[in-house]
Write a protein that binds this ligand. Sequence first.
Ligand code: XMP
Length: 610
Amino acid sequence: MEAPIHPKSIVILDFGGQYAHLIARRVRECGAFSEIRPPSTVAEKLKGAAGIILSGGPQSVYDDGSPLVDPDILKLGIPVLGICYGHHLLAHTLGGEVTSGKTKEYGRTSITIKTKTNLFAGLPDCFTVWMSHGDEVTRLPSGFVAAASSSDCVNAAMANDARKFFSIQFHAEVAHTEHGLKILKNFVALCPHEPWSVESYAQRIGTEVKETVGDRRVFMLVSGGVDSTVAFTVLNEVLGSHRVQGLLVDTGLMRKNEVRRIKDAFDLLGFENFETVDASEEFFSNLAGVYDPEKKRRIIGDTFLNVQKRISTEMGLKIEDGWMLGQGTIYPDTIETGGTQHADTIKTHHNRVEAVQTMIEMGLVIEPLKDLYKDEVRRLGEEIGLPHDLVWRHPFPGPGLGVRILCAEKEDTIDTKTERYKIQDPDKLEARSSKLEANFSVLPIRSVGVQGDNRTYRHALAIFGGPRVTPEFLELATSVPNADHRFNRVLLCTSHTAPVPFHFTPGFVTRERADLLREADDIVYDEMHRAGLYEKIWQFPVVLLPFGAALGHQSIVLRPIESQEAMTANAVALPDDVLKRMTDQILKLPGIDMVFLDLTNKPPATIEWE
Ligand code: XMP
């Protein structure tokens, strides 16, 4: 069941566009609390909201089954901003007309302001925006004026200042839209919100935790990651360490020396209320013979819970004695799992596996960070005095190396010789590839990506270019997945300059594979620090693939990315010398004979490979 909205928050109704989280983040930058709700949310549930934003979405308002908005929402007297699909929806719901546009506009477009509405206060007459649409509003609902237009879209924005209803064809939330933040600020200023900031949240959080926990005590798994460390610290500060017990489970899927690092860090912070348990054998035996990524996640999540239950019983921490479960879940983890009805489940977060969901519904879980985005958690961490290095550690997924050890039972290839690339201009690609003296091969496995609002499970195309990233390779990383939907990733093979046949070996998650990946990850970690890149890179997954250039051998993928919130990400082109050093050292590991650098942005690829 949906929880009630926070009073005076700005609610984003998520129509399936990939941008709902971005909108929510931006609204918070404007100083108002924001939350995301499904499109089916009825007016009754939105009473008390300060503002409502109708997000973008992939559909057309006239498509069968496309999500509509409860028209009563528009009678609540609450300011409304429609963006892209939300623009069409507002027009359609209020009696305007939407038609399939003659020209589809994608990317940067210049718009001209036609009417100075409050939404555009303080903006220049003409600026560049980011559009992605096929449909357009061709007749305005009564009471609205055309607020802006572009060369291909007469009603690029419409406004009814009296009702505080506005809508825009372009995406104000993306960085490519000039003055996008100002537009959102203008909207937020028109909404009767309460000022919000991480600092104000930090002040309030104590009261909330105390209310939720009452006189109970909290048992919590800590991983050493930013989220669980900040959550554990908050609980300790608010409840006192005698009412909190931490447990560090060594899953066997952690980084090299991680358990020791975490112990050292917690010692430094003076936390003595946590135990460590080595449960690696249990994790590996439960994962034996499992190849499916979602099944792996479920098993890891369930094993965590079983270990935690067993240990908490051994420690005598029973629910009936007033113990509850603490988790470091953050806001995107609670939404990506299907809070959005119109986006596919990209992947189930391990903090939301069924057993935890049931406990949440029974009121047995406290998640003090569940309303915050990652950078807000970091700011909160600094606010409560955690050391900089700890707060700025790269994010590491809960299932750990488990989602970075790619598993496959059999080879999965496509024959590009018979099935030519369906790239708009294949000759151009081949000509370009020969000019670049790079050759291509398709990987014999697939990985997860996200295109539009859908999860994809596709192949990666590897370019054999050696340890040097060129602008041409980077361009291919954008153009290939765009033009040929059999691919969602483009990799640079940094260990080879000419294609070699891939030799596939079936593989699931084993201690041997985890140990091997740990060594590769450690090399990357050291080199990244030595090159002074740690704080420039947002996250750097290192992935093990079940094939190599020789039979029985395996490959490593380097996946450095820059990001703000992990919703979108850009691949980082590592400097040549760093790339070479990493490649050379990884190739010395036993059984690794190929190294790749993933050049793909998110979208179309996800950050992790599963
Ligand atoms: P993707 O791969 O979806 O990752 O682009 C976005 C961010 O989420 C992290 N991630 C996870 N974190 N459990 C986690 O705790 C998971 O199952 C999981 N899957 C992805 C990923 O590392 C990145 O920061």
